[in-house]
Design a binder for this molecule. Structure first.
Ligand code: NAD
Length: 493
């Protein structure tokens, strides 16, 4: 029951941080101002955090610079790896504290939050192993020369994090940055600041030197913008909306700083008539309704062959209606809240628009509350059928539990439907035909294609988008290249 869960919360969480984390310790905001963070499952504030400004950012960047030129910059790759491995262990040891804080800030379910914490530990474990394996090269100039290159850290890096996967997005970018020998300043989303702060403290306990990872909380305008435009930042990793990503890229360009942008998506989930239908149903539900659809790589469009359309939708609706809505700490709940009142309004307005245009809402379609308390920001799992391909419900990222259905005839039309938006992040595909699978994987425009398992992959597999879905790749060994630059040394001997 939720009441018991909240008793656990009090025991697990006290005290939650309320200040920035700079140079290995808690720092009051220069402005003295604080912001409330809300528990979306109750639509009530649950904590306060520091409202950062350019002054706090300047202090954090200066601390990161010191660590870069100091202890962390001088650590051997093997020493860096050991710190990251210890961090992975400590993240696992703190799973309940981190997961509950994540539920309260973000509205997701405890099961999802625990999965995010495990994934975060795994990111540190993976890059711990990579720290001493990012090798340079030697070049064949003949007997009179020795020429080699080294991969040196780029320097101080900025990490701008969104509210949908606060901890795991932070970890998947700072773990490779630290492994590469960079230092970091993190700006979490103003809706979900807590787990980044808890993480920064854990990293110091793991042996990370003061200043190697700093966290400044606050709004995008007051704290995020001064961070990404700071002249000492050499790389910015940003995850969030395409519109903000464009601004971040422009700001970084002023300092010739590099960027990794993980932006929006409107990813198709293609189900061909020969697919294992039960497998496809499970995956289509998970792809759009996990985290209440607030996932950049959500499978928010179902592209389905006409011959199986009616029967598939009927069974999909049954599964969508079986999802249990409620506060993320309530036992048995598997469908959490929408992150903020503002975002709930945005999701609702997309569906109202679809209704006004006469589209068929086959299930869901309404704002709702936690049935146990009558509170919270929730939106029913929703499926919209019959939209034209140029309809906003098909074209625009809603970032909520709303699935748009596109009916197609054959593989060529499925590929055309998959490629019909400005986004190109992920494509899911369900088929038993290997030739069709490879053909679609070849012709679909996406950073990753998942065949017969949506969200397949892990920290080992590079992840990122094309076109308006982003630039650069996170995860995998490839991510290290964002945080290193090549120095070539050539000697005449
Ligand atoms: P956003 O892109 O504005 O915010 C993401 C992060 O960027 C936050 O930490 C925010 O404080 C920061 N930020 C905002 N303006 C900034 C600036 N000028 N300079 C530096 N940092 C800045 O996203 P949002 O307003 O929270 O959500 C809007 C939409 O973005 C959502 O509806 C959804 O479509 C999309 N979104 C996508 C992802 C994703 O994973 N791709 C995540 C969250 C939101």
């Amino acid at each position: 029951m939720m009441t018991n869960a909240f008793a656990t919360v009090a025991a697990e969480l006290e005290p939650l941080p309320s200040q920035h984390f700079v140079h290995g310790g808690w720092r009051q905001s220069a402005s003295g101002q604080a912001i409330e963070t809300f528990d979306p499952g109750r639509a009530e504030p649950h904590a306060r955090f520091a409202a950062g400004t350019a002054e706090d950012v300047a202090e954090a960047v200066s601390s990161a610079r010191q660590a870069q030129h100091g202890e962390w910059g001088r650590a051997t790759p093997a020493e860096r790896g050991r710190v990251l491995m210890r961090a992975a262990e400590l993240i696992r040891e703190n799973i309940e504290r981190l997961a509950v804080a994540e539920v309260l800030d973000s509205g997701k379910t405890l099961t999802e939050a625990r999965g995010d914490v495990r994934g975060s530990a795994r990111a540190f474990e993976y890059y711990a192993g990579a720290a001493d394996k990012h090798e340079g090269k030697a070049y064949p100039l003949g007997p009179n020369y020795t020429s080699y290159s080294i991969e040196e850290p780029v320097g101080v890096t900025a990490h701008i994090v969104p509210w949908n996967y606060p901890l795991s997005t932070t970890c998947r970018s700072i773990a490779p940055a630290l492994a590469a020998g960079c230092t970091a300043v993190v700006k979490p989303a103003e809706q979900t600041p807590m787990t980044a702060l808890l993480l920064a403290e854990i990293l110091v306990l793991a042996g990370l030197p003061d200043g190697a990872c700093n966290v400044v909380t606050g709004t995008g305008i007051a704290a995020g913008a001064p961070l990404v435009s700071h002249p000492d930042i050499r790389h910015v990793t940003f995850t969030g909306s395409t519109v903000t990503g464009i601004n971040v890229m422009k700001a970084a360009a002023q300092n010739i700083a590099s960027v990794t942008l993980e932006l929006g998506g409107k990813s198709p989930n293609i189900v061909l008539a020969d697919a294992d239908i039960d497998l496809a149903l499970d995956n289509v539900v998970g792809a759009i309704f996990e985290n209440a659809g607030q996932i950049c790589s959500a499978g928010s469009r179902l592209v389905i062959e006409r011959s199986i359309h009616a029967q598939f939708i009927e069974r999909l609706v049954e599964r969508a209606r079986r999802l249990r809505i409620g506060h993320g700490l309530t036992e048995g709940v598997n469908f959490g809240a929408i992150s903020s009142a503002e975002h709930l309004g945005k999701v609702a307005s997309y569906v109202e628009g679809a209704k006004a245009r006469g589209l068929e809402i086959v299930t869901g379609g309404k704002v709702t509350v936690d049935p146990a308390t009558g509170k919270g920001w929730f939106f029913e799992p929703t499926i919209v059928d019959g939209a034209d391909w140029d309809d906003p419900i098909v074209q625009e990222e809603i970032f909520g539990p709303v699935l748009a259905v596109q009916v197609v005839d054959g593989v060529e039309q499925a590929i055309a439907a998959a490629n019909c938006t400005q986004y190109a992040l992920v494509a899911g595909l369900f088929t038993r035909d290997l030739a069709k699978a490879h053909r679609i994987a070849r012709d679909v425009d996406a950073g990753q294609v998942f065949v017969n398992e949506y969200f397949a992959g892990g920290i080992e597999t590079p992840f990122g988008g094309n076109r308006r879905s982003g630039i650069g790749r996170e995860k995998g060994l490839l991510a290290l290249s964002a945080y290193t630059r090549t120095k070539t040394v050539t000697l005449r001997i």
